[in-house]
Ligand binder design. Sequence first.
Ligand SMILES: C[S@@+](CC[C@H](N)C(=O)[O-])C[C@H]1O[C@@H](n2cnc3c(N)ncnc32)[C@H](O)[C@@H]1O
Length: 296
Amino acid sequence: MKESSSTTAVDTLASRAIASIAPRRRRILHDPFARSLLPAHWLVPKFYFWQARFNPLVYPISVLIADLVSPGGVLQIALRHRHMDECLARAIRDGVRRIVILGAGYDSRCMRFRTDGVEFIEIDHPHTQNAKHRRLDRINGGPVPGVRYLPIDFCGDWAADVAREIGATQHPAFFIWEGVAYYLPEEAVRYTLAAIRRCSPAGGRIVFDMFPRGIADPACADPVLRKMRRYGERHREHFQWGCDRSEMPGFLAECGLRLDSTITLREYADRLRADEGIRIGDAAVLARLYNVEASW
Ligand SMILES: C[S@@+](CC[C@H](N)C(=O)[O-])C[C@H]1O[C@@H](n2cnc3c(N)ncnc32)[C@H](O)[C@@H]1O
């Protein structure tokens, strides 16, 4: 990770802010905190997004601009986030009492899913977490009450510190690791998947997203993955690891986890179209990026 807060995390936040101003029949995601969490110097885009309530062109123009920044920018972020929201809601319904958000960035789930008796822990790189605290100070007067924040570099030796800090729990925990794993070297991904098993007894679950191997291969011929790689290079947050969907069960088994399901964002979009009639556009990246649910 570079020596400053993550700027890809600001992009994903902006995508959620744009997704939230979609007209109702196109709306995949509503994150009411996304716009206010944007950096103070994003005053002009913030004002522009606010105008969506009067001006129907604001949403499509914002989507077009986001697509220029990264392929399918708004769709891929809104779909992966919405699917993970569904996994989280199910975990809470099933009685999970500890939610850990790894590489949280400007995630607002601890506010959106606040539930009596459910504890939220956010883990992130210290630079990004500090930047989030500054924003929360501005909009909220301080960190979200009851949430524990742990500054961690996933590339370090952090498992024992986190296990000690958050303490043992007899109930299985639920982990979300969104938009992070492919920015890390494979050893750090394996280490993280082993570390979370130290923080929750059997029955723990995780949801994360993944690109195919080509995302980390400079010689990859897939034009969509090449564009994504250039996106990472521009941010100096390089894609370092990817795993084909067909290889995921074996990879997880080596890490001591069981694969519960995988779904590409295109498959998930088809499901939302069929079940809820949401009008969702298409973007080639949706067939590449997939969400993984696993447990132990
Ligand atoms: C693309 S952002 C995703 C943020 C958020 N999960 C989301 O989906 O909006 C990548 C996140 O990974 C975190 N990250 C990247 N490398 C890291 C590392 N070595 N240690 C800890 N966090 C890291 C960044 O701080 C950032 O919050």
